[in-house]
Ligand binder design. Structure first.
Ligand code: KMH
Ligand code: ZN
Length: 272
């Protein structure tokens, strides 16, 4: 069996002050993604930053970043429509017009650390429909049990028609479920039959929950968006070491790592 490894190189929150190896500019992100791809990542989950490193949904920056990534390697591109807490929903939504192979869909509003992550129901429905119409595969980001129910309602309404459904179970955000094995199991047990999933554990329980996720049959995500340290007190020198350690984890569990083509097939991606 093969697992899909996604690299999440940047995210919306961390800064170069937190970890100087965080890639934020298009060239830096593309370089980091290419290294991650060579280490075994088949999908790149991409957040964009402006020239001052603030989260942005600027379409020119997005296009340039996607082009640079595509020039460097054939990895599948998943744009984040979460973008960052300060960016208006309409700007976040416009990113799917660039037709990445995949994009995230965050189904519910929530407290997010000291901020607010706004995903109003009508906007989420409009975005889901737009992604369906454009053939952009949604990665459903669920931070709590009710978010899964919200996704299943979107499915019932015909807004998520591409099988298989693909979930990221995000644990450890202050405002969502805590990063514990028990919470992961609770959500995994409730996923619909045939769903594909990965766990995203934010912070210090990242490694342990990634291992449990792999053992339970999930895919895996690695990168500085989710964890800045390789181990206690040791900042990761980049994204590649985090991907490499995930590949090692998978190999230790006797799991193969999906190539880009295998990942596209497993995730049910449409040919573009
Ligand atoms: N960093 C995640 C916890 C998304 O990309 O769509 C939240 C996020 C959502 O960044
Ligand atoms: Zn993200």
């Amino acid at each position: 069996m093969s697992v899909v490894i996604t690299v999440a190189p940047t995210g919306p929150i961390a800064s170069k002050e937190d970890n100087p190896n965080l890639p934020t500019q298009p060239e830096e992100i593309a370089d980091a993604v290419a290294l991650a791809h060579s280490a075994g990542a088949a999908v790149a989950h991409i957040h964009l930053r402006d020239s001052e490193d603030r989260p942005t949904a600027d379409l020119d920056i997005a296009r340039r970043t996607m082009d640079l990534i595509t020039e460097r390697c054939p990895i599948l591109i998943q744009l984040s429509t979460g973008v960052g807490l300060t960016v208006p929903f309409e700007e976040r939504e416009a990113l799917v017009g660039l037709r990445p192979q995949m994009a995230t869909l965050n189904p519910c509003s929530m407290s997010f650390g000291s901020g607010e992550f706004r995903n109003p129901p009508a906007d989420v429905r409009r975005l889901a429909g737009r992604m369906r119409d454009l053939g952009v595969k949604p990665e459903l980001e669920i931070y709590d049990t009710g978010h899964l129910d919200a996704c299943l309602r979107l499915c019932d309404e015909g807004l998520l028609d591409d099988e298989p459904l693909q979930f990221s179970i995000v644990l450890g955000v202050a405002g969502g479920m805590a990063a514990t094995p028990d919470n992961l199991l609770t959500l995994v047990r409730r996923l619909p039959d045939g769903a594909i999933w990965q766990v995203i554990a934010i912070g210090r329980r990242n490694l342990e929950l990634t291992a449990i996720g792999l053992a339970l049959g999930g895919n895996a995500r690695a990168g500085l968006e989710d964890v800045l340290y390789l181990r206690k007190g040791e900042l990761s020198p980049g994204n590649q070491p985090l991907v490499e350690r995930t590949v090692e984890l998978a190999s230790s569990l006797d799991l193969g790592v999906a190539t880009v083509d295998e990942a596209a097939a497993l995730l049910g991606l449409q040919k573009q």
